[in-house]
Design a protein around this ligand. Structure first.
Ligand code: ZN
Length: 289
């Protein structure tokens, strides 16, 4: 199933994609909550209701629906550094022997089509196409063999990064450099694992103004989503709706010669095979919402 959160004239809605458009699950079945995180907390029963509602509900006029991030208020946004060998190399980092973890504040979330805002205090803002895992169940110390059961689905993500903050501030400021408001676009929908092939070998691409800047495949992930879940859950409890950005392949702007940094008017597209396209324009703060 493909689930999305939309803003309509009558409020936020949880919708499921059908070939004729999005179906309003809340209107079709009032037991289904409008908020995807609450939906995930309800567990398997809610998925059954959603599938029934998806089949019998009425499709919405796409003009009436504005996509929001699928999860509006994740408790955590967990990220992984250097999780593709070619990106580790271009960043001057060794391929890690265990996952390199950092995070983004949830306030950085950005909807599909919403502008990424260039902060006046940053000059080296860069893109990173990433597969995002959405956690579906609470868990701690999850064995790698069971980790798949904790995955509700996958989205496209863009780990937008101010390199001048991330790398050149005293001590390096990964958290702040990656947590400016709008620096975590996620979407366009949550795609459940049954919609995707196993193993999860999906092409992943980033386009800047139509030009391909990153092109790889999730088969090249150093640590799979399952391994990342097992690793992180040794430390903290994973909660439904938590987001896990799984790292970016080679081709980021800072590693190019000359470097490429984002400017107002740019258009970024992250496309992952079987998941969709996440599109965001880039704007200066004065042009933003
Ligand atoms: Zn990243």
């Amino acid at each position: 199933m493909r689930l999305a959160t939309i803003e309509t004239a009558v409020g936020r809605r949880l919708v499921a994609l059908r070939n004729d458009g999005y179906v309003d699950l809340n209107r079709t079945d009032p037991r289904i909550p409008p908020d995807l995180k609450s939906f995930l907390v309800m567990g398997k029963e809610a998925w059954v209701w959603a599938e029934e509602a998806r089949i019998r509900g009425q499709a919405l006029d796409p003009e009436q629906a504005r996509l929001l991030p699928p999860i509006l208020d994740p408790q955590k946004i967990i990220c992984v550094g250097a999780n593709y060998a070619d990106h580790a190399q271009e960043s001057g980092m060794p391929v890690p022997s265990e996952p390199v973890i950092f995070c983004k504040f949830p306030t950085a979330l950005c909807a599909p089509e919403q502008p990424i805002l260039l902060p006046p205090v940053a000059t080296q803002v860069d893109y990173e196409a990433e597969l995002v895992v959405v956690i579906g169940r609470r868990g701690r110390n999850i064995p790698v063999e069971e980790a798949g059961e904790y995955i509700a689905g996958y989205c496209c993500g863009n780990d937008v990064s101010a390199r001048d903050w991330q790398l050149h501030k005293p001590g390096g400021q990964w958290l702040l450099g990656k947590s400016f408001d709008t620096f975590a676009p996620v979407g366009p929908a949550l795609v459940s694992p049954d919609e995707l092939p196993r193993p999860l070998h999906l092409s992943i691409q980033l386009r800047l103004n139509g030009q391909v800047m990153q092109s790889s495949n999730t088969r090249h992930l150093v640590f799979s989503p399952e391994k990342l879940i097992a690793h992180v859950s040794q430390v903290c409890t994973l909660e439904p709706g938590d987001l896990l950005f799984t790292g970016t392949p080679g081709g980021v702007g800072m590693a190019r010669k000359p470097p490429v940094f984002l400017k107002a008017g740019d258009l970024l597209e992250v496309e992952i095979e079987g998941i969709g396209v996440l599109r965001n324009p880039v704007a200066s703060y004065s042009q933003g919402e």
